[in-house]
Design a protein around this ligand. Structure first.
Ligand code: SF4
Length: 474
């Protein structure tokens, strides 16, 4: 068989296998079901006659989700099954009331609110796309990410069925260096800089906390990244014994690790340097000459990024805190635009790769961050929430262990939860790409023509009108 036929026969479409991975730790239910017992008793008596004693029917009324189907029916509602459809209270307002469970709010913090926690929990346990829209009564704009909308009003959408498999939409992204142009000598051999990059199957990199990790957590992250064909950023200390996932691991090294690089036990394809350090950079390039060296640093360093690129760094992993803020209070959406623009202005944006972490906690934040200029998102706190981590108060500072993971975490469950989350986020990304008519996610980077900002639109529409002020624009 000709070579190209063999290649075609070897083609397989990228797919993330999902399967249910229910919670292992009991979380407070989303809703409190308040039932007045005398009212329920009267209903039951009536229904015993009406349904001629059919226990299964009587105990399942009035909730089709099984909240009233426990051993004593609605006298002890099974609140964990309540989805908040409000059918019961609409049908029997005189004795059923549904309320939000205040305990549920303790699962997140002021930024990663319980609504986001609910969403992640659903995505991680099912691998499905949460369905919203019909009857949505929430806000359509707001602060932060909610102040940015994406334009999906293209008339020609050749790929819009991508999620269902009609036409492939590629989510492959490249991490590394690609020169602006290639040069060749008279014999056709490249003479100048040549591309040096690796490709991953989705624009999601797993960013493990750079703090003390519970036993087995690093392994869950590493195995997930390897099975997804992406990367995981792990503290140097936690890479020991994970050589089998070496291709997927990006060790984070500090100056004190310079002499211990040989202890890694595998040759990394990419390695992250925590902050710029000339001596450490030299040590890494000597120990691993073929590895891509990335710089892990805060968005505060944006002004210096171009100079680091001139010193050899071509991949930047930029960090905001877990609430998406830089030290000077900037929000990650604006910070990404600043970093992207710095490279565009220097004429080398195509040569470098920008990864970003911090404050990107929902599927829709990923395409928005890419439109603002990231090549891929390094996801942090959502992975912890997918593993049912609970926040111990406000969780904004990186490096602080202000979350607690379940004690009975097991590897197969953890890997499936993270894969489910990534599958759900990828499907949501495909929906957006399809609606925009884009056939590959690489085209989304810096595509500001797809973005609309609430502030700008409101200013365009209302500036000059009585009562409109910039401040009222939120
Ligand atoms: S709100 Fe819906 S799901 Fe919850 S108890 Fe009532 S009927 Fe059942």
């Amino acid at each position: 068989m000709p070579e190209h036929r063999e290649a075609a026969a070897g083609y397989h479409r990228y797919h993330i296998p999902t399967q249910p991975a229910p919670d292992i730790e009991k979380w407070p239910s989303r809703f409190k079901v308040k039932v007045r017992r005398s009212g329920l008793a009267k209903l039951l008596i009536k229904e015993v006659f009406h349904y001629r004693g059919r226990k299964d029917v009587i105990l399942s009324r009035p909730c089709m989700y099984g909240v009233f189907s426990g051993p004593v029916g609605g006298f002890m509602p099974r609140e964990e099954h309540c989805v908040g459809c409000l059918r019961c209270t609409t049908e029997f307002p005189e004795f059923v009331r549904i309320e939000h469970n205040p305990e549920r709010r303790s699962l997140g913090d002021s930024y990663f609110t319980f609504n986001y926690v609910d969403q992640i929990a659903y995505e991680a346990s099912s691998g499905l796309v949460p369905v919203r829209g019909a009857g949505y009564r929430g806000k359509f704009g707001g602060e932060g990410w909610d102040g940015m909308w994406t334009d999906m009003s293209e008339i020609v959408r050749p790929t819009r069925d991508g999620i269902h498999g009609r036409e492939t939409i590629s989510t492959v992204v490249d991490i590394g260096f690609t020169p602006n142009y290639l040069e060749f000598d008279p014999s056709g051999q490249p003479t100048g800089s040549t591309p040096h990059y690796l490709s991953i199957q989705l624009p999601i990199v797993l960013d493990a906390p750079q703090t003390e990790l519970a036993a087995g957590v690093a392994r869950i992250y590493a195995r997930t990244a390897a099975e997804l064909d992406t990367l995981v950023v792990l503290p140097f200390e936690y890479t020991t014994g994970l050589g089998e996932f070496g291709d997927a691991i990006v060790p984070v090294v500090r100056p004190e690790h310079a002499r211990r690089l040989g202890q890694l036990g595998f040759t990394p394809r990419i390695i992250e340097m925590q902050g710029w350090d000339e001596a450490l950079y030299a040590a890494i390039t000597t120990a691993f000459p073929l590895a891509i060296v990335a710089l892990r640093t805060g968005f505060e360093e944006t002004d210096a990024l171009v100079s680091y690129a001139q010193r050899g760094i071509k991949v930047f992993h930029l960090l905001a805190d877990y609430h998406g803020r830089s030290a000077d209070g900037g929000f990650v959406l604006d910070l990404i635009r600043g970093a992207h623009t710095a490279f565009v202005d220097a004429g080398i944006r195509e040569e470098v790769t920008l990864l970003g972490s911090g404050g990107m906690i929902a599927a829709e934040h990923m395409p928005k961050a890419m439109i603002c200029g990231l090549d891929a998102v390094a996801v942090d706190t959502p992975l912890l929430v997918a593993l049912q981590a609970r926040f111990g108060g406000e969780c904004s500072a990186r490096g602080a262990s202000s979350f607690r993971l379940p004690t009975d975490l097991n590897e197969a469950w953890g890997v499936q939860r993270l894969k489910n989350l990534c599958a759900s986020w990828r499907d949501q990304l495909l929906e957006i790409l399809g609606a925009m008519g884009l056939r590959e996610v690489r085209r989304l980077r810096g595509e500001m023509g797809r973005a609309m900002f609430m502030k700008t639109l409101e200013a365009d529409a209302f500036a000059g009108l009585l009562g409109y002020t910039e401040a009222s624009n939120g």
